[in-house]
Design a protein around this ligand. Structure first.
Ligand code: HXC
Length: 260
């Protein structure tokens, strides 16, 4: 592990775990941490043996936000000319493999936004989500106003972003922000790794296609999205694994994927 602010492990076959590891600042997302995260995710994306990625923090904090001490002295012109925060949008946009965020403790500001960038969000019931930027005289800057609004609807997102109030993991699950909420950090990690392992047991070609078509639903009108899905579905008739999967079903055998 050559990183200062994150750890990368392979706890299950085909599954990578990236752990945010800046405990003294509750995993505040300073620029060097984001750079490391970009580097690690790009490497995992390119790895021929990794099929799914779990992103987590500690039991106390997933991430308490962008680094306020780093942001405090920034001016408009510096932020603008250095495209401050723009590198965050590379974190997940180029990632073809499923990313599961496992959120315990604080997921505030940029931490909440990072969790919202994941493909599947799991949390503990006591996780502490929120967009408190308004309390600092600013607004979400890494997609929170867009992704949270898509996840919970306009009225609720407006209330959360304008008041800065936190919401719990239990609420996140009830509102559909989180796919599942678990009673403890240990149960959360077990659940996240088990889901990642399940996904890693499928054809990587099919998994990548499934992720791609679901993500298109966030950008395309319904007719275009359905048409895009059908085209990708057609294209999978050209994959070896689709033949392997259907043949295995007919022969009542377990599919041995070629990932081709
Ligand atoms: C820098 C942070 C930090 C942050 C915590 N720390 N959050 N440093 N940036 N976002 C540091 C504290 O300064 C402190 O360092 C140490 O972590 C422990 O934090 P405490 O406050 O002592 O812990 P606690 O009392 O348990 O309170 C936890 C907390 C609180 C409620 C999460 O730390 C907090 O409110 N943090 C800020 C949350 C926030 O506003 N996030 C949004 C940031 S704006 P020292 O050195 O004092 O021990 C944002 C904009 C995103 O994210 C826009 C684009 C990405």
């Amino acid at each position: 592990n050559s990183y200062e602010y994150i750890q990368v492990t392979e706890p299950r076959p085909g599954v990578a775990q990236v752990t945010l590891n800046r405990p003294r600042a509750l995993n505040a997302l300073c620029t060097p941490l984001i750079t490391e995260l970009n580097t690690a995710l790009a490497a995992l994306n390119a790895s021929p043996t990794i099929s799914a990625i779990v992103l987590t923090g500690s039991a106390k904090a997933f991430a308490a936000g962008a680094d306020i001490k780093e942001m405090a002295p920034l001016t408009f012109s510096t932020a603008y000319t250095t495209s401050f925060i723009e590198s965050w949008s590379q974190l997940t946009s180029a990632l073809k493999k499923p990313l599961i965020a496992a959120v315990s403790g604080h997921a505030l500001g940029g931490g909440c936004e990072l969790a919202l960038m994941s493909d599947i969000l799991y949390c503990t019931t006591t996780a502490n989500f929120g967009q408190p930027e308004i309390k600092l005289g600013t607004i979400p800057g890494a997609g929170g106003s867009q992704r949270l609004t898509r996840a919970v609807g306009k009225s609720r997102a407006m209330e959360l972003i304008l008041t800065g109030r936190s919401f719990s993991g239990e609420e996140a699950e009830r509102w559909g922000v989180a796919a599942r909420a678990f009673p403890s950090h240990e149960a959360l990690m077990e659940g996240a790794l088990a889901t990642a392992e399940t996904i890693a047991g499928y054809s990587r070609v099919a998994v990548q296609a499934a992720k791609e078509v679901v993500n298109k639903s966030q950008d395309l009108p319904l007719r275009d999205g359905v048409e895009f899905e059908r085209r990708v579905f057609h294209s999978l008739f050209g994959s070896r694994d689709q033949k392997i999967g259907m043949k295995a079903f007919a022969e009542k055998k377990k599919a041995e994927w070629s990932h081709e």
